[in-house]
Design a protein around this ligand. Structure first.
Ligand code: IPE
Ligand code: IPE
Ligand code: MG
Length: 251
């Protein structure tokens, strides 16, 4: 092997430029992703919709690990909405079984130091799923890496309705209700609001996702179907986030 000084110099320059780019960029504190497009991905590959959900679950694990690696604080993913029960029973069963398999996988994120929390109305879920979710949360409660929220049977309107019911049941006087009172009664209480919402699959809507919390979020939409979503797409999105001028109503 011969040492080629020019090659070496080019490598050092490229690496230091990359490092500088990483150092200068701002990472959102809380990214929320609508993991959409599994069905269309399956169709594109002439596969059943269930295969799309399997591929989507793999992407979810890869992206969560990547977010942890780059030092993101919070990631909240939309796995199943309060509206998704409208799908054929077979598909709902498939998704629930996939969730069950994911939860049974002891490997999960244990070695990654990721702290897992499930958000949504978990009550109607099967007892074994609820028990596995609890186990997953308990098992990762001391993790100090990425805080990963997985939204299951989640709906923004349902979440706000529940918060209102709780505030009324707690006997809080109307004059004492502030925006913080509402925030403190949502599933995301104590967390920073998502500052960046990512939706692949070519749809331009929130589909009832974090509607209170995303009031001032930045949005990134893309035609990529969720199973095809790679860390480089996330990087592209974060670069875009860095070009946004966030004014929060100011000048
Ligand atoms: C997202 O993919 C997964 C869930 C909603 C559970 P979809 O299943 O909605 O995929 P498309 O939108 O039909 O392609
Ligand atoms: C949103 O996707 C819910 C999840 C990704 C879990 P949907 O596919 O259910 O949303 P719509 O029906 O296109 O609005
Ligand atoms: Mg969809």
């Amino acid at each position: 092997m011969f040492f080629h000084p020019p090659d070496f110099c080019v490598k050092v320059i490229v690496m230091s430029l990359f490092k500088k780019k990483c150092e200068n960029r701002i990472l959102p504190r809380h990214i929320a992703i609508i993991m959409d497009g599994n069905g269309r991905w399956a169709k594109k590959h002439s596969l059943p919709r269930s295969s799309g959900h399997v591929a989507g679950a793999k992407t979810f694990k890869d992206i969560a690990r990547y977010c942890n690696k780059i030092g993101l604080e919070y990631l909240t993913v939309y796995a199943f909405s309060t509206e998704n029960w409208k799908r054929p029973k077979e598909e709902v069963d498939n998704i629930m079984n996939l969730l069950r398999d994911y939860l049974k996988d002891a490997e999960n994120f244990k070695s990654d130091n990721i702290k897992v929390k499930f958000i949504g109305n978990l009550e109607p879920l099967a007892d074994d799923i609820k028990a596995l979710m609890k186990k997953d949360e308990e098992g990762s409660k001391d993790a100090t890496g990425l805080k990963l929220n997985i939204a299951v049977n989640y709906g923004g309107r349902d979440e706000i309705t529940r918060a209102v019911k709780k505030i009324v049941a707690d006997g809080v006087k109307p004059e004492d209700i502030t925006e913080d009172t509402v925030s403190d009664n949502l599933y995301t209480a104590g967390m920073p609001d998502p500052d960046f919402i990512i939706r692949p699959s070519g749809e331009y809507r929130l589909s009832n996702y974090l509607i209170w919390q995303s009031a001032y979020a930045e949005y990134w939409f893309s035609d990529i179907l969720w199973p095809d979503f790679k860390p480089r797409h996330l990087e592209e999105a974060i670069d875009d986030f860095n070009r946004r001028n966030r004014r929060f109503g100011g000048v």
